[in-house]
Design a protein around this ligand. Sequence first.
Ligand SMILES: Cc1cc2nc3c(=O)[nH]c(=O)nc-3n(C[C@H](O)[C@H](O)[C@H](O)COP(=O)(O)OP(=O)(O)OC[C@H]3O[C@@H](n4cnc5c(N)ncnc54)[C@H](O)[C@@H]3O)c2cc1C
Length: 469
Amino acid sequence: MNNALRLADHPALAAACATSGPVIPLYVYDNTHDNAPGAASRWWLLQSLSKLDASLKKLGSGLVVRRGTVADVVMDVCTETGACGVYMTRGYSEHDKKTEEYLHDFAEKNGLTCKRYAGRLLLEPEQVVSKSGTPYSVFTPFWKQALSLIDNAVPLPVPQKIQAPVSWPATTSIGALGLEPKPASWAEPIAAEWQVGEEAAIERLDFFVDATMDEYQTARDIPGVDGTSKISPYLAFGEISPRQIWHKVSMHLGDATKSTAALAYLRELGWRDFSYHQLFYNPEMRIKPLKAKFLHFPWHEGTSPAVKAWQKGMTGFPIVDAGMRQLWQTGWMHNRVRMIVGSFLVKDLLWHWHEGETWFWDTLVDADIASNAASWQWVAGCGADASPYFRIFNPVTQGEKFDPAGAYIRSFVPELCDLPNEWIHKPFDAPLEVLAVAGITLGHTYPAPLVDRKKARASALAALASIKD
Ligand SMILES: Cc1cc2nc3c(=O)[nH]c(=O)nc-3n(C[C@H](O)[C@H](O)[C@H](O)COP(=O)(O)OP(=O)(O)OC[C@H]3O[C@@H](n4cnc5c(N)ncnc54)[C@H](O)[C@@H]3O)c2cc1C
């Protein structure tokens, strides 16, 4: 059940149930490899496994949970139970590919069935290739091709019955996996923000499509309003499938008033597929720039007080600080602000995008190996179809444009609450008497700016010039 923690639209589960034999739903927690879940994902996983187990129990089944490397555990469970087949949902990282190959060989040698099913993307990476058979590195032609291939198949229902084995193999308790946050208080605001699990995913999608989607095109860029679907963590854990979302949203494509919004939204799901497309064809995407010349970019690496200030939302640039605090407090950050804070780290601070990718990996509840790495490479200018490196986001003008009344800043940076709109994005330029009335002393109640942006911009462009071919 790894990365497909749901019962509906689950091709591997449906196929296993269709054999009419007993089925052992298995989740293997493996924290030994580079893509092991970060702290926020572990918190989500803890809730998600419990929800899935409860749903399975309602069907007379249950979730067997074990710790170890996926291939070893699956082989052990097969040997212990005399299982005659392995049914799994496909993954796209190098680690997933190796696990699948290993299990395939094991099954072949032992006369077992081994079947691998899609279920995490709209289309498989091999399906969306150019006429000459090559993968895409630019989104627009990728999406055009994808749109011509996607059908609107009705998602698979929850299996009516999952036959239990005569005797269940041993299971580790979910609580013993060590997924609890430390300290526990860190996750309290995150828990207040989210409902986890398959049922919550469907509720969230229904709410978005019925109540919010019409305004998506304009609202999606405004961090101060709830204008996006916030479906990303459910997708990251496979609590909902992209095909379920496609099906629900595409019901509105025939409706003239809704279809533009629906298409704009589906296009974002296309970016998710495109990220996996890139990961599949560039297995080292988490560590290696897709544009080779960026291997020599003189980014700073490691930790430093500047990186710590960025992580804590203490840079002195309000929109950056609001974003980083939203991430820490809720495990999620608005997409527009992810781009702004990312640009600030890699261009204003000249810090390596790995630092940002790793921090996001640890703190996002929607941490996703493909979307995170592809997006960080996009921000850093070294990815496929990336924002050019010389396009440096100005956090002040970005804030003024997308959060003009400072609603977003005020909710996450309360110490700036009483600043008038004119200065909320640039307290460092505000007259002293305005700061005094708002109760702000720069460097004391709110940080002075971490960098001189003019100098930072010049350094970033000089760094870029140093790697020009
Ligand atoms: C630096 C950076 C890091 C990111 N890291 C992640 C990550 O770890 N996990 C993750 O799911 N997304 C990541 N994103 C993409 C995007 O920010 C989130 O998918 C989006 O904010 C999730 O909120 P939502 O579900 O409300 O999105 P909506 O706007 O409602 O979009 C619906 C879905 O489309 C997909 N989507 C939207 N935008 C993108 C995008 N730019 N790239 C890929 N898929 C997209 C997501 O699955 C999202 O849930 C990152 C973006 C940046 C700039």
